[in-house]
Design a protein around this ligand. Structure first.
Ligand code: ADP
Ligand code: MG
Length: 483
């Protein structure tokens, strides 16, 4: 219960009372009041309110105003309790008084904060309905979170890291005393911004205008909490430093990170998110239908188009599309969306031009999830010059290749073997190049989509003929030396 002037807010029962009498208030208006009152004087940004009040839908910003004015009407002469900070958000003008089941009081007594249950789930995006093929991964992640302080879900863009992290966090939330705190990092670029976001999302009290990591460590001290840090790859160095400090200061804290690249810190366990399963060539219809990638394609295409893959020929094509898209859910969703205009056969036939056809994702998705090219642009943008050179040159390899083959084709006076050693490590770490082992020998491979993107870069750089010629020269030389 939170007391606010003449009003009492019961978070558990979701009621507002004035001097003991219930005052009717719409559900959205209540959510806004609860969010601002729970923040206890801290500014609640518009974005934060939107996520709390409309966790499942994207709505226009003016919806906040509509419900806020309904709320202010109910508050009557106390309407000024909620202050509008123009362009930024909303704030409680007067500090709340905490009564009995208040979150902080409960926390101090070491008991789970039951009054915050409603807000507990809302800090986390809603679980995705119909997440396919991830039951085992979710169980493994939950189990790993019991043993390790920092768990990083690593994989290529669009492979499903965020989806599986959200699902696992929902499953794990009961294992923690405090609400799960979910921080989306994609828009943040500085340490200060990241720390501020953690403070805001966790509802911590840090009053200094300049937040530093020690303050956040102190504010999180002893909290038994799961912190989900989503999309860390573009601020990986900053995150490594912050996460290491946070877990060093709190043994009960668990941090679940999603990133295309590991943090590379001591307390980290890396969990590779695998692609959805795809049918091998010549699978039967029944086997194709058992694959999660195929089910995702069919579900998405059917929701847009009606009946897709109603016969065996079409189903076989769907199986091949999913395989050639390497089981990456984002690419599969984009391909399925194209069925409306091109049909299954048309999508299949144009897969060689996938950068052009795999566009037009959800309007509400992150910009880098709206086209396949944008997903790769996001990864490419954070490579250094050497890694970019290597990456585009690797486009000439249609199959798995060894380090030796790679050096023979990509190295020259300007691009040395030492450069190649550093850069291949970086590309593997950033989930752009896969590595597999044949006994002691490492072999590298680009997925078909990655290769298509790298080829476009090679062409744009005007290097295609030169690198293709070196590749062609290497092959016979290799055959002769093997003979
Ligand atoms: N297992 C899955 N089942 C159904 N859809 C999925 C699955 N995994 C991912 N998706 C969908 O694929 C897209 C990309 O997933 P996301 O989790 O954002 O990937 P990442 O975080 O690795 O970039 C999203 O639209 C998501 O809803
Ligand atoms: Mg993500």
């Amino acid at each position: 219960m939170i007391e606010l002037g003449r009003f009492q807010i019961d978070l558990e029962m979701r009621t507002l009372q004035r001097n003991g009498e219930t005052v009717p208030l719409g559900s959205r208006a209540f959510d806004i009041l609860a969010a601002v009152a729970s923040a206890d004087g801290r500014l609640v940004t518009k974005d934060e309110l939107m996520t709390i009040v409309w966790p499942d839908t994207i709505v226009e910003e003016n919806n906040i105003q509509v419900h806020l004015s309904a709320l202010r009407k109910v508050l009557g002469q106390d309407r000024d309790l909620i202050l509008t900070v123009p362009g930024r958000g909303y704030q409680l003008r007067q500090r709340r008084k905490n009564v009995l089941s208040d979150e902080a009081g409960v926390r101090a007594s070491g008991v789970r904060a039951s009054g915050s249950q409603a807000l507990r789930a809302r800090r986390l995006p809603p679980p995705k309905s119909g997440l396919l093929g991830r039951d085992l991964a979710v169980r493994q992640i939950r189990a790993l979170l019991e043993q390790t302080h920092v768990l990083t879900l690593v994989g290529a863009g669009g492979i499903g890291k965020t989806s599986v992290a959200v699902e696992a966090a929902h499953h794990s939330s009961a294992d923690f005393e405090e609400p799960v705190c979910f921080v989306e990092l994609a828009q943040l670029t500085t340490e200060e911004a990241v720390l501020r976001a953690i403070v805001e999302r966790c509802g911590l009290s840090v009053h200094d205008p300049q937040v530093d990591v020690e303050q956040v460590v102190a504010a999180l001290a002893r909290q038994c909490r799961l912190l989900v840090l989503d999309n860390a790859e573009h601020v990986i160095g900053i995150m490594a430093h912050i996460v290491e400090a946070l877990v060093a200061g709190n043994d009960a804290l668990r941090v679940l990170v999603t990133s295309r690249e590991p943090l590379r810190i001591m307390p980290e366990t890396v969990f590779r998110v695998e692609p959805l399963d795809v049918p091998p060539p010549h699978s039967t219809d029944a086997d194709i239908l058992r694959c999660s990638a195929v089910n995702l394609f069919l579900r998405h295409a059917n929701s847009l188009q009606g009946k897709v893959a109603s016969d065996s020929t079409e189903l076989q094509l769907v199986g091949e599309i999913c395989r050639r898209l390497d089981g990456i859910p984002l690419a599969i969703e984009l391909a399925a969306a194209r069925v409306v205009a091109l049909g299954v056969e048309g999508v299949h036939r144009r897969l060689d031009d996938r950068m052009a056809i795999l566009a037009g994702g959800y309007r509400t998705a992150l910009p880098r999830h709206q086209t396949l090219r944008a997903t790769f642009d996001w990864s490419f943008a954070i490579l250094d010059q050497n890694a970019r050179s290597l990456f585009r040159r690797l486009a000439v390899f249609g199959d798995a290749f060894t380090f030796e083959a790679m050096c023979a084709v990509v190295c020259d006076e300007a691009y040395t073997v030492a450069n190649a050693i550093g850069s291949i490590g970086e590309l593997v770490a950033k989930s752009l190049v896969g590595v597999e082992f044949e006994g002691p020998v490492a072999k590298y491979r680009l997925s078909e989509s990655t290769r298509a993107y790298a080829m476009a870069k090679l062409q744009a750089e005007g290097e295609q003929d030169d690198i293709a010629a070196r590749h062609a020269r290497y092959l016979p030389a290799r055959r002769q030396s093997a003979a």
